[in-house]
Design a protein around this ligand. Structure first.
Ligand code: PMP
Ligand code: GLU
Length: 400
């Protein structure tokens, strides 16, 4: 048949995180008492001064196309933020503003990877990395890690995964879904391998300010500045400023890569929304207390969630050190049966059971490449977290 859709969509799955969050929100809207611990977004509202900047932009008629790579003030503000956070100097031409960090990652994969290339993705990984790599025709090569090692892969495993076809690696620390932070030693080891094998490094720093150890952002360039010519940093306002719906993210790196990303974007989506860019500018240049306040709240909730989950027999998790996610091993309950006689086989059936029986939405770990675990978000009020975990404990106790 001629009228068939392209091969690239045949295996393409919807984003599990977006799908489950939407399902939980819709159940709630129908009046079902669902506790949504699946959300991959801060529960806080966007700070007022940021909203005000967007309203002002509308009133001023700032509603037309902007340069594809973003308004100059925002690109400068991104450089200033990188200087503040990482001590690195970049020029505005080395930045490109996209429709969320997700589009920045998508564009980068299109710009850097060819069919046949292999790209290292460290498991557990954010759901969208493998499809983003695959949509560029390249092959994600998954490098495993274990809960016992706080989900930091062994450098030997990484070295073994590198072949003549390996073209790049994607790093994300603090990590979605594990809530863990790679050690400086690990980053230095990765840097050495990347340098030796001449790999592109995509450093997804979207949670870099949501860390609970009081330290500032750290990525691979912090420990190995020599990697500058082969590294592209990705970040955005979604998580740091509670701005997921505004869709502003960016990539920062070597000028020729950034210019290629801008060409891709210029032939696909053009500039990110003009008024959202003004809002992002206010976020980066305005008062930063909102960031530390949200981080303090997430830290408190991480401790609360960790304490409550640790009281449930059989569950295992490393204490979250950043982000707003805990990654919890439920596998001690696999093989048991629900009151209706269904077997809990994997993270999907456990996720379904928790939604049906406990009315708690979580994200099955299989979406992140780790079927023993489920992701539990603590971007939620304390009472909801307590209620949610209590219900999870009660539902687990009913398994036989
Ligand atoms: N990277 C990671 C690890 C994420 O969790 C997210 C959240 N969706 C993104 C990138 C994309 O963020 P956004 O497109 O909202 O900027
Ligand atoms: N990053 C968030 C999550 O992992 C938001 C949803 C998405 O874009 O995948 O849940």
């Amino acid at each position: 048949m001629k009228r068939k859709m392209a091969d690239r969509v045949q295996q393409l799955k919807p984003s599990a995180t977006l799908a489950i969050n939407a399902k939980a929100k819709s159940l709630r809207a129908q009046g079902v008492d669902v506790i949504n611990l699946s959300a991959g977004e801060p529960d806080f509202d966007t700070p007022e001064h940021i909203k005000a900047a967007a309203i002002e932009a509308i009133k001023e008629g700032f509603t037309r196309y902007t340069p594809v790579a973003g308004i100059p003030e925002l690109r400068e503000a991104i450089c200033a933020q990188i200087k503040r956070d990482y001590g690195l100097t970049y020029a505005p031409e080395e930045t490109v503003v996209s429709c969320g960090a997700k589009q920045a990652l998508f564009n980068l994969a299109q710009a850097l990877f060819d069919p046949g290339d292999e790209v290292l993705v460290l498991a557990p990984y954010w759901v969208s990395y493998p499809p983003i790599v695959e949509l560029a025709g390249a092959k994600p090569v998954i490098v495993p890690s274990s809960l016992e090692k706080d989900f930091e892969p062994a450098l030997e495993a990484l070295a073994e995964a590198i072949t003549a076809k390996t073209k790049g690696i994607i790093l994300n620390s603090p990590s979605n879904p594990t809530g863990q932070i790679y050690s400086s030693e690990f980053l230095a080891g990765v840097a050495e391998l990347c340098q030796k094998n001449d790999l592109w490094v995509i450093s997804d720093d979207i949670y870099d300010k949501l860390r609970f150890d009081g330290r500032g952002p750290e990525n691979i360039l912090s420990v190995a500045p020599a990697l500058r010519d082969q590294t592209i940093m990705v970040n955005g306002v979604s998580k740091t400023y509670a701005m997921t719906g505004w869709r502003i993210g960016w990539a920062v790196g070597p000028k020729e890569v950034i210019s290629a990303v801008a060409r891709i974007q210029g032939q696909s989506t053009s500039n990110a929304t003009s008024i959202a860019q003004k809002a992002a500018l206010a976020a980066l240049t305005g008062p930063q207390d909102c960031v530390s306040e949200m981080c303090v709240a997430f830290k408190r909730r991480a401790e609360l969630l960790y304490e409550k989950l640790s009281q449930i027999p059989g569950l295992k998790l490393p204490k979250p050190r950043g982000t707003f996610y805990a990654f919890v091993d439920f596998s001690a309950y696999y093989g048991r049966r629900t009151p209706a006689g269904q077997e809990i086989k994997d993270s999907l059936s456990m996720g379904d059971y928790l939604l049906e029986e406990a009315r708690v939405a979580t994200v099955p770990g299989v979406a992140f490449g780790e079927d023993r675990a489920l992701r539990i978000s603590f971007a939620n009020a304390d009472e909801e977290i307590i209620k949610g975990v209590t219900r999870i404990g009660e539902a687990l106790a009913k398994l036989t």
